[in-house]
Design a protein around this ligand. Structure first.
Ligand code: SAJ
Length: 439
């Protein structure tokens, strides 16, 4: 890089070093907000940008809507003027760095919906200036940063790796995980050029404990997809094992517990009612979509998607059979769903298998109620339901079903109140009772 153009890298490095760099984050959700808070805590002045005025307004009042960011942590940063939010993208003109952490959902056709990334990148391109570091964090297919984002920003005044720096860094948030939070989760980052990678690594090392530079944006994009495809396929494997064990009357939970004693070469995954969340069921299809274009069929992903997608049906069949063994048809029976969040101890219902299970039960004529300590009212996927007290709900039902094994449930009281319970999460593993039907 010619010395003339080294000026932008040197200038940015200096601003990162003395924390005078103006940091921006587009997308203030469960990824963007924790990141913005970490950089504000590290001493930077941070501007969050979101299209939802309500989020902007709440954040500027120091009120957090993200479970992993307590308002007690957010409010002092806002009061000290270290963190503020806006819906006005023009602030990008005054920012030195900007992270894009917007949703990358799937369309109904299982094709990537890049509309949020494109919209955010268009705004960045509109206001980008020499000396800027741009980092895409949204989970996406390999090639997005280089093929989609770069051409929107680069021009003869803005040459990547010289006038501005462009990287990809996968987000690795595990919602509700008390041990691993944004600051202590190793951060992978790859740039379009080595200079970009260097600037990206320098940026993150100002606020995060461990930075893992890689050689390109494609490698960084693929790292994330491997991580989540690994989980999705292994969950599919263990769900298929659960169906096999059910047919052979083997306790799959005991099998997994004993296999997990192997001190090497094994990692336990657990069967369940299906695959929820906005990452694991979705991210692998970003990879299979891209490989299809390269003429390669991602068969493991497709098969795991099918197996995981079948689990809600398997669970409803178990409920129907359990009621049948009590000479009760599912049609007209009262079934009480315990937990509607997509995993335990959180409030997120996106892609939750509980939604599929409720729909399937209703379609087969059951009367369905639910309890969830984190979800007092359920409005998703065409469902409009109010949660009820767990013990009361069980007492009023013909069958209860543990779909999400929240720690807050009183399982002893639940078992006592219900005539029959289908347990899809082994939440009742310490109880012995004829009432329990295990996955
Ligand atoms: N699940 C199973 N069996 C398992 C593990 C999970 O059925 O053995 C189900 C869960 O109930 C849930 C879904 O899979 O419905 C996803 O579970 P998850 O534990 O992967 O939870 P996420 O999606 O909130 O978080 C994951 C991260 N989780 C962990 O690493 C523990 C991680 O894969 C990613 O950092 C994150 O998605 C993401 O944002 O990509």
């Amino acid at each position: 890089m010619s010395s003339k153009n080294a000026q932008w890298a040197e200038q940015l490095a200096a601003k990162l070093g003395d924390r005078s760099a103006e940091v921006g984050v587009i997308g203030l959700g469960y990824v963007g907000l924790p990141l913005a808070v970490e950089f504000a805590k590290a001493g930077f002045h941070v501007t969050g940008i979101d299209v939802l005025e309500q989020k902007v307004e709440e954040l500027n009042r120091g009120v957090s809507y993200v479970q992993d960011v307590p308002s007690e942590v957010l409010a002092p940063l806002v009061e000290a003027g270290r963190l503020r939010a806006t819906a006005d993208f023009a602030v990008l003109k005054g920012l030195d760095t900007v992270n894009i952490a917007v949703p990358t959902p799937l369309r109904k056709t299982k094709d990537p919906d890049m509309s949020f990334v494109v919209a955010a990148s268009q705004q960045v391109a509109k206001f980008a200036h020499p000396g800027m570091l741009v980092i895409l964090e949204s989970t996406t297919y390999p090639g997005t940063t280089a093929e989609l984002v770069l051409p929107m920003i680069e021009n003869d005044r803005m040459r990547v790796g010289e006038d501005f720096f462009l990287c990809f860094s996968p987000e690795r948030v595990d919602p509700g995980n008390p041990r691993f939070q944004t600051w202590n989760i190793p951060k992978v980052v790859g740039g379009i050029t080595p200079e970009c990678t260097k600037m990206g690594a320098m940026f993150y090392s100002q606020a995060l404990e461990t930075v893992v530079p890689v050689s390109s944006t494609q490698v960084a994009e693929m790292v994330k997809l491997l991580e989540n495809t690994f989980r999705m396929i292994n969950i599919g494997l263990v769900n298929e094992l659960a169906v096999m064990c059910d047919r052979m009357r083997i306790n799959v939970w005991e099998v997994i517990e004993a296999a997990a004693t192997k001190p090497f070469g094994f990692m336990p995954f657990y069967p369940g009612p299906g695959l929820g969340g906005h990452c694991i069921p979705i991210d692998p299809f970003y990879l299979s979509w891209k490989t299809k274009q390269a003429g390669i069929e991602a068969r493991f992903i497709e098969l795991a998607g099918y197996v995981n997608g079948q689990m809600p049906h398997f669970v409803v069949d178990k409920i129907q059979n359990a009621l049948n063994d009590h000479t009760k048809p599912l049609k007209g029976s009262k079934v009480h769903v315990l937990g509607v969040a997509y995993k335990k101890n959180i409030d997120d219902v996106r892609e939750s298998p509980a939604l599929d299970i409720i729909h399937l039960l209703q379609r087969r004529g059951a009367e369905v109620s639910y309890s969830d300590p984190y979800v007092s009212a359920l409005r998703a996927d065409g469902l409009e339901m109010a949660g009820v007290d767990a013990v009361e709900g069980c007492r009023e039902s013909d069958c209860a079903v543990v779909v999400t094994d929240h720690a807050a449930f009183d399982y002893a009281a639940i078992l006592d109140a219900t005539p029959l319970v289908v347990d899809t999460r082994n939440a009742l593993k310490t109880f012995q009772s004829e009432k329990i039907v295990r996955l």
